[in-house]
Design a protein around this ligand. Sequence first.
Ligand code: NAD
Length: 481
Amino acid sequence: MSPATRIDTIKSITTHYVDGAFVESHGRQVMDVVRPTDGQVIAHVTLADEEDTRLAIAAANRAFTTYSRSTPEERAKILSRMHQAVAARADDLTAAMIEEYGGVAQFAGLIVQTGVNAFLAAEQAVREVPWTRSWDKTTVTMEPVGVAGLITAWNANALFMCLKVASAVAAGCAVVIKPSELSALQARVLAEALHSADLPKGLLNVVTGLGTVVGAELVRNPDVAKISFTGSVAVGESIMRDGATTMKRVTLELGGKSPTILLDDAALDQAIPSALTMAFMNSGQACAAGTRLLVSKSRMDAVRQAIPKAMRTFTVGNPADPKIAIGPMVSKRQYERIQSYIRKGIEEGAEVLVGGEGHPEGLEAGFFVKPTVFVNVTNDMTIAQEEIFGPVLSVIAYDSEDDAIRIANDSKYGLHAAVIGTDLVRARRVASQLRAGRVVINNMTDDPQAPWGGFKFSGVGREYGRYGIEAFLETRAILES
Ligand code: NAD
């Protein structure tokens, strides 16, 4: 059976994964899963309510009592089993991401593989955490923080769920995952995969429901010690505010408006495709998307000519086709949001170099938008300041290296940034002055042990590798007299 056929047969999901079993939902609300390529309903999902959430939290708490005392070696073995179990379902996860989210095959495969590898990376990192340090009569140990609520966004959800679970389990925590309600099918595949990993009962619970219902219960429940959240600034702010009542520890992975600085010694034939790839990866629905391209005034004409040529390879269409670079937006709401930003850019005086409003020709049925590049953008325009979360790139001119750094940092966000240039010493000098949690030089790249997270409104805390595990730990000192 092909992965696509398999998903076609999932017509209705009425259960959640609680205490090691798939149990019927107490929830009464049923949500349609809508396929973004054509707007058709492909599944029905019964959404969890507060009672489902409380049962999941209670199961996690029971599991935590024993699991929190496990050794790093025991956790490494569990992570290895999780890795094998998820790797075995990687094709199904990819197919679900293509089907319910519209992720393009060339990117969805990568995202899922990164999720699979997160378990291996955590298995490696668990051996590197300094669990115990002693001097004189003092011993300091790193202790799991407690039950963790993991709340995720829809745009690369297979990865977010794997990453958060791997780090939390490595730290010795039991978890309740609240996936985005737009990722119900991916969450289901992942729960099935991890169910086969022979985990301690209650260590992992997956409850699909609305943020205002399940998410809010996790945030206010006193038996949840930590919230690890990936999503919007607005919800991140509410989690920080509402979580304060129970003194929640929080990791917040929020939005971005990432700059790509094209230094004036960059070779345009490589630099432009690289910059466009960073802008349009995951169909532009990426927190790290490089949506502000900063170009020196002296090279602006050459860049204006190079972009339309390079854009020919950024084809829009059926995300299951491996040749397609840009798929539909996840929902009608997201389609309309992108349209409103394109209109705003035009109203504020930016010039459309490529794309514009409306559907691409022949793709009127789904939530497809035209990948759009604006030139003559100034950094104070709405399209340069706000996160659009779609395939819309703003090209902004700078006068000097210092001016480029100033514009790059003139943003409420600070998640990701890129510097493209031939002279590496200069590129590194520029990179070291950017106020962002991650800066890549010359191309998008990843390292599962390097921290991920944002400065400023892009969030609080870090994920990935040892940094991600430490986010689920408390420090305890024992002092003998
Ligand atoms: P969102 O904030 O609307 O939703 C994220 C999650 O929060 C969902 O599961 C949602 O159900 C839940 N939620 C909603 N209201 C809640 C509440 N009151 N209490 C608790 N949970 C609640 O974000 P989204 O639209 O799903 O995702 C897009 C956003 O995520 C963008 O801003 C993007 O930049 C950001 N993002 C950040 C990263 C990162 O690593 N920094 C990665 C991907 C996406």
